[in-house]
Design a protein around this ligand. Sequence first.
Ligand SMILES: Nc1ncnc2c1ncn2[C@@H]1O[C@H](COP(=O)(O)OP(=O)(O)OP(=O)(O)O)[C@@H](O)[C@H]1O
Ligand SMILES: [Mg+2]
Length: 367
Amino acid sequence: MAANYAGLLADKLERSGSRREASAIRERLARVPAALISAQRGAQAPGSLGGLPVDGDSRLNTVDVSRPSVGEVQLLLPSGLQARLQEFLSSVLHHDKLQAAGVSQPHRLVMHGPPGTGKTQTARWIAAQLHLPLLTVRCDTLISSLLGQTSRNLRRVFDYAQEVPCVLFLDEFDALATARGNERDVGELQRVVIALLQNIDALPDETILLAATNHDQLLDYAIWRRFTFRLAMPMPDQELREQLWAQFLGAYVPSQLSVDQLAQRSSGLSGAAIEQVCLDAKRAAILAAKPQVEETEVFRRLGLMMAMMEGQRLHSLKSEIQWLRRWHPRFFSQRVLAAAYGVSQRQIRNAIEEEDGHGDQGDESAT
Ligand SMILES: Nc1ncnc2c1ncn2[C@@H]1O[C@H](COP(=O)(O)OP(=O)(O)OP(=O)(O)O)[C@@H](O)[C@H]1O
Ligand SMILES: [Mg+2]
């Protein structure tokens, strides 16, 4: 209670212009012994993870706690990565045995790769497999608007993670670890990196630390080195795309729908994008009171997703029709397009001819 009131007082002082006093109070608060905080937490609900660390400036929670369960988190990865992940899990589960033999290593895994390839999903999967809560640190919140607080925020999070058995996950890690970005803040960000290194080094080996980043090339090498396991998450290949389509469409796949075709046509899409197409198609099926998705609808949604990935802006239904025709002429016959858009084949023909009249846009399949 006293700590809470002191925090409110600091906020009030700051608003009335006494920044120095405010930060002095916050300094003191940050040094409140951890034991005191856990005692306070013990008085809340037993076994709960109350009193999450909060960003001192914005008052936003810097940590999310979730409890993913084994059945709910599906992860599809190429066999090589699966094996590597299993290795990581085994080294966590058999820590004592490895330690007794003097060959244990810290449980630290970094995942890097393009957006939507399953990095966050992998963290959830690991927590589920280990039956531990997942503490996700929002690194962007952590980089407080008052950069001066970041190191202290970091400290709080790492302290917190040592109080309860959990998986600590630094998501969007590059926000923390890119020390060379903004010139004006270089000094402060350098300090953040140093603080991060110190915090990682101070962690007991058995604390499970995961990190994910889209920009591996921006990571400070010193930080990189501290993660013994590294997973390079790839964009899904044909085989994995087939599995993703089958997984996300689930029981909504009609028998004539070829998952193989979908996989071929979705080359270059991430798992997240495929999931999005499937969700859209399933929603359409449910709203139309159909037990399964329509093949045309799945291909149409996929086509529109591909257009977006290629930076095509389709503002009108006519431009959608023209794009789909160019994208997959064999599938999108005039008849199929007319049915999909609820217009006459004549209107479809006009739209197509209009575009051909304007000269096609360099796509070899536009006949
Ligand atoms: N390999 C995969 N296996 C299972 N699901 C996946 C896979 N890749 C993507 N997904 C699905 O896509 C969604 C987004 O994936 P996720 O959030 O893990 O991507 P990410 O790599 O963390 O992306 P970002 O870099 O944008 O944070 C997930 O909810 C998941 O359902
Ligand atoms: Mg993510």
